[in-house]
Design a protein around this ligand. Structure first.
Ligand SMILES: CC(C)(COP(=O)(O)OP(=O)(O)OC[C@H]1O[C@@H](n2cnc3c(N)ncnc32)[C@H](O)[C@@H]1OP(=O)(O)O)[C@@H](O)C(=O)NCCC(=O)NCCS
Length: 247
């Protein structure tokens, strides 16, 4: 896996400024040492056991382990002591005391790519999508996107489809809804190669001005996006090269 050049390799977790978003991207292919699974809680191990598809189980175990290891480094506590709680629809949140504003996190997998977003700027969502997948983008866009978005996919092609999907899903993950809310409830405008711009959100999400979205270039043929409920100052794309401290 070749990651985009903009990803900075670090062996120390950089300070997380108030408006900053850190996005960690890892290659979970077989050769990768990242990360061990011995930091999961007993509930998470049980959850993994219930996942029948080995690929899904592996992605969950490694993704949750990475989330724990990274958050542990931000909070300066052992990974196994990171209090990961799931909201009603499955969004992972970190229970923290004395940390204001709290860390918000989001996880996405696609193939061997794992992305973990961390910020104190507000609820965060991250999504990555493999553009090499064969999908009937026009049929899917007609069914799940708004009319204007679907027309853009027809005129702009595949990369517009995946860019829109990643931005929409990142928004729904930031809000904690995931795909329980129709993708068409959040509308973006996309012109040419420019990043999609948020145009409409459902009333329960506040207003368009309450949100920030950014495209995320992870690796070739991968579309990605982050969404934050709040303003942000910068996005830092990071890869971990340090020791994996698990206790
Ligand atoms: C969230 C969701 C959109 C992710 O879909 P996906 O494209 O298959 O997977 P991704 O790799 O992009 O993201 C998966 C991660 O999103 C996170 N996630 C799961 N549900 C989430 C939600 N409602 N909001 C935000 N994040 C969520 C998890 O961390 C998950 O990874 P993990 O299970 O390995 O920890 C999808 O799982 C979904 O809609 N779930 C809804 C849950 C649901 O129906 N719950 C029933 C109760 S109402």
């Amino acid at each position: 896996m070749t990651f985009d050049d903009s990803w900075r390799a670090v062996s120390v977790v950089p300070p997380l400024g108030a408006g900053e978003v850190h996005v960690w991207c890892e290659d979970l292919s077989a050769a990768s040492p990242w990360p061990p699974a011995d930091v999961l809680s007993s509930e998470e191990r049980a959850q993994a056991t219930r996942m029948l598809a080995p690929g899904r189980r592996d992605a969950f175990v490694r993704g949750r382990s990475a989330l724990r290891l990274l958050v542990g480094m931000y909070l300066d506590i052992p990974a196994a002591r990171v209090a990961v709680r799931l909201l009603e629809k499955g969004k992972p949140v970190i229970d923290q005391s004395g940390e204001a504003p709290p860390l918000s996190v989001s996880v996405a997998h696609s193939g061997s790519v794992l992305a973990v977003a961390v910020t104190r700027a507000g609820d965060v969502g991250v999504d990555v999508e493999n553009e090499a997948r064969t999908v009937d983008r026009i049929a899917i866009a007609r069914r799940f996107f708004t009319e204007a978005e679907s027309a853009s996919v027809e005129s702009l092609g595949e990369s517009a489809f995946f860019a829109l999907w990643a931005h929409k899903e990142a928004m729904l993950k930031a809000a904690g809804d995931g795909l329980t809310v129709p993708l068409s409830e959040v509308e973006f405008r996309i012109d040419g190669r420019a990043a999609p711009k948020l145009r409409r959100v459902p009333p329960s999400y506040g207003t368009v001005g309450d949100w920030t979205t950014r495209p995320l270039a992870t690796a070739p043929s991968m579309a990605g996006a982050i969404a934050v409920r709040g303003g942000i100052s910068s996005v830092h794309c990071l890869r971990w090269t340090g020791a994996l401290v698990s206790s």
